[in-house]
Design a protein. Sequence first.
Length: 378
Amino acid sequence: MAAVAAVSVLSAVLPAQQEALAAGAANGDNIRMNQIQFMGAHNAFHREMQGAELVESINIDPGYPSWGWYSHASIPDLLGRQNMRGIELDLLPDPQGGLYRNPLARQRAGLGPIDDPAMAAPGMKVLHVADQDYNSTCRTFVVCMQQVRSWSRANPDHAPIVLQLELKQTDDRWEKLGGAVSPAWDAALLDDVDEEIRSVFTENELITADDLRKPGLTLEQSVLKNGWPTLRWARGKVMFFFDNGGPGTIRDMYLDGHPSLAGRAVFTRGNPGDADAAITMVNDPRGANAATITDLVKRGYIVRTRSDEPLSTVKNEEFSRLDVALSSGAQMVTTDFPTVGMAARYDSDFVGELPGGVSVRCNPVSAPRNCHDGKLER
């Protein structure tokens, strides 16, 4: 009789649980982070060179107009008006301060150092190419993050924002001309990246490997076995990942002493099968790469790809890449043309956006059937 009663109770509970799960999916709460899709801004900080500095930038690299003539809005506008949920930043180390304050193009144009006290202070700087393509909407990593944090706190129900970090160094071509020489990335500088992140965001605002990893499992095993967190938990939070390589010096140094990224603030780009593998990149979604991306998404990884490149996409009128990228199921699709009018100077109306211009949608590969685009953010 007890067994019958238990079965009766169980049969009563299960439909209720199923109903709750269905309701959670319908309102977006139970949709997982890897079951959505969003656009990100490649080189989100970038502003093209102007005036005398532009002339000298072209003198330094005559090819500059073919890749550097595009400018993004401020980070708050990218997140708000342009519906980006991915922000890509290039970081150069400046542990002493002032290393990138007086770039070659300014020197050759007869201009003084950049008039921004933050450029003289120690800390990570945000710029595309030191000495030659250095205009940014936010010049330091901390300031860029503060802008993200302010927007996030004002819009706390947003889908998680992913900040993609490329750790760069100065170009030896410009070093030989008398430009800045950046220090090599080492363990101390990588620790500085973590410290700067945690100086801006609280632990409750961050999504880290420690949040995902389960006892006795690697990060990869945890993600593939237990899944990513739901939006109920992840809304209003931010996540960082390094796009530098797969296995390699920076990744290996960052992992050293931190197995499966224990205690770290940033996800690394591990290859499938590696203990740290959770987020990966396939830059070009075309050809056989489309199937590769779809397979990775189905297995439970988060994948970043690109819908275009500056400026070849619009100059060559090769627009198929956007649809291929979106159809592949890559969760983060980055663009250099996130809004109407950015490509108009090249006689193009191309915009890298989700259908309908929404900020986030149900992933075409991994989302459950009862996922609704309009319920993912509030």
